[in-house]
Design a protein around this ligand. Structure first.
Ligand code: PAF
Length: 287
């Protein structure tokens, strides 16, 4: 496995792969790899000749009071893990390498970014689109791999790919969970042992909401039950608990078929997200 830190090196590797007609799979990450990232990489390994993983803590997707500085980083550890699942190239640029120019052109996420995480992190998805668009242009992947854990991110990137005609196939990989149901996340390392015990309640609450929704079709009732589970069983603060259509992220109505149940909860200072996607074809639901 080769570690590349400049765009020039990356482009050389990409040109080599393209000239020998090799397919390229891109796994964009911010590092501090866990089983979720490795599952994306394994999928990429199975489906492509060359696998490029980017490891870049992208400053433009963090708000001023968020955890950009403290976000966990360990390139040495990541390198070993990436090699163990057959990644060919790690692209780990500096911030200056990725963003040498100031005051340039920005991409704005649209309506889908105004809800869920976008409501409390106003420019987050603009930053995600900026770095993902750059990575797509740099790597020119045949396929790019994203985790369903970031369901809103996936929906917004799908829209960018559609609206801006990026010639890439998006591959979405299911959420990878700990044994107790907690979604794997680089931020789980922030949790104290008591917080870690409370964190799986988020997924349990979403499961209860799902059952209620399938049973009664009542969105408000499903949300109320999930809220109660979180409030009764954690010291967490709910940022949002929502049920929306997927991938449009609009209010549900009786014609909705794919539905996203999504939560963001502060467990202590750590903001955790999780979701479930539900196919409701033929079921009756009401808001
Ligand atoms: O999901 C992430 O880790 C990041 O948002 C991404 C897609 C790598 C862009 O920085």
């Amino acid at each position: 496995m080769i570690i590349l830190s400049t765009i020039a090196e990356l482009r050389k590797a990409v040109v080599n792969a393209k000239s020998s007609k090799q397919s390229i799979g891109l796994v964009p990450t911010m590092g501090y790899l866990h089983e979720g990232h490795l599952t994306l990489a394994k999928n990429a390994r199975e489906e492509n000749d060359v696998v490029v993983m980017s490891i870049f803590v992208n400053p433009t997707q963090f708000g001023p009071n968020e955890d950009f500085e403290s976000y966990p980083r360990d390139l040495e550890r990541d390198t070993k893990l990436a090699a163990s699942v057959g990644v060919d190239y790690i692209f780990a640029p500096s911030v200056e390498e990725m963003y040498p120019h100031d005051g340039g052109i920005y991409i704005r996420a649209g309506r889908q970014a105004q809800t869920l995480c976008g409501a409390s992190r106003p420019s987050h998805f603009d930053g995600v689109l900026q770095v993902v668009a750059k990575l797509f242009n740099l790597v020119q992947p045949d396929r790019a791999y994203f985790g369903q854990k970031d369901a809103q991110q996936v929906a917004i990137i799908q829209t960018m790919v559609r609206d801006y005609n990026f010639p890439v196939e998006l591959r979405v990989v299911p959420v990878v969970r700990e044994g107790d149901g907690l979604a794997k996340s680089s931020r789980n390392v922030y949790l104290s042992s008591i917080e870690r015990m409370q964190a799986p309640v988020i997924q349990q609450a979403l499961q209860i909401a799902k059952l209620e929704l399938m049973d009664s079709g009542d969105v408000d009732q499903a949300l109320a039950q999930a809220t109660k589970i979180i409030e009764d069983n954690t010291a967490g603060k709910i940022d949002y608990l929502s049920i929306l259509t997927y991938p449009d992220l609009k209010e549900v109505d009786e014609n909705s078929d794919q539905i996203l149940l999504a939560a963001a909860v502060y467990i202590g200072k750590t903001r955790l997200i999780d979701n479930l996607i539900l196919s409701l074809k033929g079921e009756r639901i009401h808001a």
